[in-house]
Ligand binder design. Structure first.
Ligand code: ZN
Length: 413
């Protein structure tokens, strides 16, 4: 159905710059992000009359509650959306509304030289007759995740206005710093008080994410031996060359640019060095937990073998896990995934459960004790100037949340 306040709300939110900053040492990472949470989201929630609206200093989250309107106890459901936007120009976002899209034309981004071309972005062809919202060429839109933020607020507004829809207690959280990967680790699971939750931060209607990569990161610090090149024979150990030799021993086709679907990879993200010393940063990704462990073992054994040949620990390895595939944990809570599936079906959506080649805030939260799959929010082409969203997708996301609230209440008679 149509929610008349959703579009104006979304337009208001995307025009507030709330970009996070991975180089920041404060938490949340930027003041503008915190301002958006406290001065815009929190105010709107208070005006709508939600309960327990507050800012949690520890987690950097705005929290709110939609009180139950039934007396029986049902599990407390939560919804989360992140208030920061990605690492792309977010100054002066000017959202453009393209009504009744014809399904085949290019859409000009403002009066810029940039166009959304359905030949380049074939998803556009799915949206004939619908309302496309873009930025104006030199900024991102910020639908990631202001789609989710405005959908959560609209969902709350709708439930408060429609007491005939019976539901249990529902908790909402507007989280910081998702785009820099540090928001979830501060999340206050006990204070949030939900039994399970959903991030609302996904792509097109029907997309349901409950499988993600398992992830680790490692770095190598290589100590070389720098002697004059003229007399280097048998003496010099060029740290840069040692790094190259290490890299060359990894499976060369298991890199992001050669893999897709359910294939994992090793990704060399950074390589700096001189003859004297070199530093390499990698991430490792795999959908299977034992696949991740095998990749970690390969790295360890390569480093050990090279150090053995040097006769000293010339290569220092630091390795740590980042997050795990939430599917392994959610397998124990399939009723949660099934609740979303049921709601999608009831709303006539075709479910797409392809695993995410990345992580979500939910990957961490699931392992912190809050099982948390990800729902679609209507985001398309995230993180750049070609980002867009579709108003009808956003309506659908709210429909799904309303349906989930109903189903959750009904399933616990
Ligand atoms: Zn996002």
């Amino acid at each position: 159905m149509e929610y008349p306040n959703l579009l104006p709300r979304f337009l208001k939110y995307v025009q507030v710059n709330s970009r996070s900053d991975e180089h920041s040492t404060r938490f949340p990472s930027t003041e503008r992000e915190e301002d958006f949470q406290k001065q815009v989201i929190m105010k709107d929630l208070q005006e709508l009359g939600l309960s327990d609206v507050h800012y949690n200093q520890k987690s950097g989250c705005v929290i709110a509650e939609i009180p139950a309107n039934i007396t029986k106890n049902v599990p407390v459901m939560g919804f989360l959306a992140h208030s920061d936007t990605a690492d792309f120009n977010s100054e002066n976002v000017k959202p453009q509304i393209h009504e009744n899209y014809d399904g085949h034309s290019k859409i000009q981004l403002g009066d810029s030289e940039f166009y959304l071309d359905p030949e380049v972005f074939p998803h556009l062809k799915n949206y004939q007759g619908q309302t496309i919202i873009t930025a104006s060429g030199d900024t991102l839109l910020g639908g990631d995740d202001k789609c989710g933020v405005s959908e959560l607020v609209t969902f709350a507004e709708y439930l408060l206005a429609h007491p005939e829809i019976k539901h249990g207690k529902i908790r909402l959280a507007f989280t910081p710093d998702e785009e820099i990967g540090t928001g979830a680790e501060h999340f206050d699971v006990p204070e949030f008080g939900a039994d399970f939750a959903f991030t609302v931060d996904g792509e097109a209607p029907g997309k349901l994410d409950w499988g993600t990569f398992s992830a680790a990161q490692f770095s190598l610090d290589i100590q070389g031996v720098n002697v004059h090149p003229a007399v280097a024979k048998g003496q010099m150990i060029n740290a840069v060359q040692v790094g190259i030799n290490f890299q060359n021993q990894l499976p060369q086709d298991e890199v992001p640019e050669e893999t897709d679907g359910k294939q994992g990879f090793y990704h060399l993200m950074n390589f700096t060095g001189t003859v004297d010393n070199a530093h390499l940063d990698y991430i490792i990704r795999d959908f299977e937990r034992d696949g991740l462990e095998k990749r970690k073992d390969l790295v360890k054994s390569l480093v050990a073998k090279m150090n053995e040949e040097f006769g000293t620990e010339r290569i220092k390895l630091k390795m740590w896990d980042q997050y795990y595939n939430m599917a392994d944990e959610l397998a124990k809570h399939m009723d949660i995934v099934n609740l979303a599936r049921e709601a999608y079906k009831a709303e006539g959506l075709t479910i797409d459960e392809d695993p995410v080649r990345g992580g979500t805030d939910g990957s961490q939260l699931t392992y912190m004790g809050l099982p948390c799959p990800n729902l679609f929010a209507g985001e398309e082409n995230m993180h750049g100037r070609y980002e867009y969203t579709v108003l009808e997708s956003m309506y659908k996301a709210v429909d799904v949340m309303v349906k989930m609230a109903e189903l959750n209440a009904a399933s616990h008679q």
